[in-house]
Design a protein around this ligand. Structure first.
Ligand SMILES: [Zn+2]
Length: 201
C-alpha cells in the first residue's frame, strides 16, 4: 500500500524532500522502469542534483559579479578578438546539452575588458537553460552595455544533443548563430575584418 505523500516526507526525511532535485530524479528513474535502489543507481539522484546545480550555476551570477570591475581605459582602438571559447550549455526545450565554441570580438571605445572576463561571461550565460540564439545576443549585449564599444560581434557554433541523439539525419550538423551590434552591423569593413580574423589561426 502506498503511503500518503506527507507521511513519506515526514518519515523518510531529507532524501524524499520534494524541494530537492534528487527526490524528483528518483521518481524519473522509477518512471523509466528502473529500480532506484539498485546499487549503481542508489546515489544517482544526489549525483545528478549536484551536477545539475553546477550546470545551471549561471543563475547565481550576474554580469557585474563576473566582470568584477575589470574594465580598463586604454588608448587602443583596434579590434579585440577572443576565439574558440569552449562552452557547455543545456537546451531549454529538452534539458540536453549543446556545446561548442564562441567567438567574441569588439571594437573598443576607450575601454576594454580583462581578457579572462570574456570567457567567464560566456560561461555565465552558458550555465543556464538556454537557446543558442538568446545566449549569443546576451553575450553581445552585456559587452555593449558594460564598455560601450563601437561595436560587438559574437558568433557561436554548437552541436545539440537533442538533435544528434534523437534524429538520424542531423548527426553531424553544427548550428551557427551570430549577433552583430554597432559598427559590426553597420560597417561592412569591420564585419569582414571580424570574419577574416576568425578564419586565420
Ligand atoms: Zn533541444
Amino acid at each position: 500500500m502506498t503511503k500518503p505523500t506527507e507521511e513519506i516526507l515526514l518519515t523518510d526525511g531529507k532524501e524524499l524532500d520534494a524541494r530537492r532535485i534528487a527526490c524528483h530524479v528518483r521518481e524519473i528513474i522509477k518512471l523509466v522502469g528502473e529500480d532506484p535502489n539498485r546499487e549503481g543507481l542508489r546515489k544517482t539522484p544526489e549525483r545528478f542534483e549536484k551536477a545539475f546545480k553546477y550546470l545551471t550555476s549561471g543563475y547565481h551570477q550576474n554580469v557585474d559579479h563576473v566582470l568584477n570591475g575589470a574594465t580598463f581605459s586604454v588608448a587602443y582602438d583596434e579590434m579585440v578578438v577572443v576565439k574558440d571559447i569552449e562552452f557547455f550549455s543545456l537546451c531549454e526545450h529538452h534539458l540536453l546539452p549543446f556545446f561548442g565554441k564562441a567567438h567574441v570580438a569588439y571594437l573598443p571605445n576607450k575601454r576594454v575588458l580583462g581578457l579572462s572576463k570574456i570567457a567567464r561571461l560566456v560561461n555565465m550565460f552558458a550555465r543556464r537553460l538556454q537557446i543558442q540564439e538568446r545566449m549569443t545576443s546576451q553575450i553581445a549585449e552585456a559587452i555593449q552595455e558594460k564598455i560601450s564599444p563601437e561595436g560587438v560581434g559574437v558568433i557561436i557554433e554548437a552541436r545539440h544533443l537533442c538533435m544528434q541523439m534523437r534524429g538520424v539525419e542531423k548527426q553531424n550538423s553544427v548550428m551557427k548563430t551570430s549577433c552583430l551590434l554597432g559598427t559590426f552591423k553597420e560597417d561592412a569593413r569591420t564585419r569582414s575584418e571580424f570574419l577574416s580574423l576568425l578564419v586565420g589561426t
